[in-house]
Design a protein around this ligand. Structure first.
Ligand SMILES: NC(=O)c1ccc[n+]([C@@H]2O[C@H](COP(=O)([O-])OP(=O)(O)OC[C@H]3O[C@@H](n4cnc5c(N)ncnc54)[C@H](O)[C@@H]3O)[C@@H](O)[C@H]2O)c1
Length: 255
């Protein structure tokens, strides 16, 4: 029996990178997947590929920074698809301006990053809370190495703050919802080759090499490296796991 049979899983940012890989992996394990992305065309591509492989997928355009839109999406899924039992809060962005850069630029980075990486997680979790409670569901939040540290390679304080917040939110909800059987965990990816870092990979090989040199497994990650841990945290294999973060970083944080 596939590990996620009879589950309906919502995945944000499913048009690219880690979200697309998780959606594809969940569908392969028997989940019906509901894909959201601000880029509706990209989410539709993921859904088409899943359906072509025999899986069940629907895709919708959604900006998770828009709270009302998140609630409307949850109502639409409840009416037309069914009871969501897995939520993956994956959509996120980063910027690489130092805090000492031009002040309006840094303020814009702060607003945009917190709005998506932190408030987006809040919006989707609150919007889908009722079905997740009813289903004794599972929430998987995508954190980062930066849920623990600020990288010396250029990165914004806002991103580090947002990913610390994602881990704090994960622990708070795990504590509040555990008695109801809802499990809440996070994944902490290291340097995973996706669109989020395409520019830096193309223009700054020294930065990528610095990551690799610091990583015990001696390589960058691929989006597929996240899939196994994401299936584990959504499935009954992790029935006694909540409030945790599974680092998928090649050992980066151990050094
Ligand atoms: N790639 C890495 O090295 C890495 C490392 C640690 C954490 N992460 C985290 O993983 C998550 C996924 O990132 P990725 O690497 O796959 O990046 P990505 O850029 O490939 O994918 C992000 C997706 O989110 C979507 N998105 C952006 N704004 C949105 C919004 N307002 N509403 C809905 N969707 C929106 C984008 O359209 C895109 O499809 C992010 O939370 C990121 O912070 C990535």
């Amino acid at each position: 029996m596939p590990l996620l049979a009879n589950h309906i899983a919502v995945i944000t940012g499913a048009g690219s990178g880690i979200g697309r890989a998780i959606a594809t992996g969940y569908a392969r394990e028997g989940a019906q997947v509901v894909l959201y992305d601000i880029d509706g065309g990209a989410a539709a591509e993921t859904a088409n590929a899943i359906r072509a492989a025999g899986g069940k997928a629907e895709s919708f355009v959604l900006d998770v920074t828009n709270r009302d839109a998140c609630f409307a999406a949850a109502r639409q899924v409840a009416d037309k698809i069914g009871q969501v039992s897995i939520l993956v809060n994956n959509a996120g962005i980063t910027r690489r301006n130092a805090f000492t850069a031009e002040k309006d630029t840094v303020a814009k980075d702060w607003q945009d990053i917190i709005a998506l990486n932190l408030n987006g997680v809040f919006n989707m979790t609150q919007a889908f809370l009722d079905p997740l409670r009813a289903a004794k569901g599972r929430i998987v939040n995508i954190g980062s190495i930066q849920s623990f540290v600020h990288l010396r390679t250029p990165s914004s304080a806002a991103y580090t703050t947002s990913k610390h917040g994602v881990l704090g939110f994960t622990k708070a909800l795990a504590a509040e919802l555990g008695k109801e059987g809802v499990r809440v965990n996070a994944i902490g990816p290291g340097f995973i080759e996706t669109n989020i870092n395409a520019k830096v990979r193309a223009t700054n090989p020294a930065l990528v090499q610095a990551f690799i040199d610091h990583t015990p497994l001696g390589r960058t990650g691929k989006a597929d490296d996240i899939v196994g841990p994401a299936i584990f945290l959504a499935s009954d294999m992790s029935a006694y796991v909540t409030g945790s973060i599974v680092m998928v970083d090649g050992g980066y944080r151990t050094v």
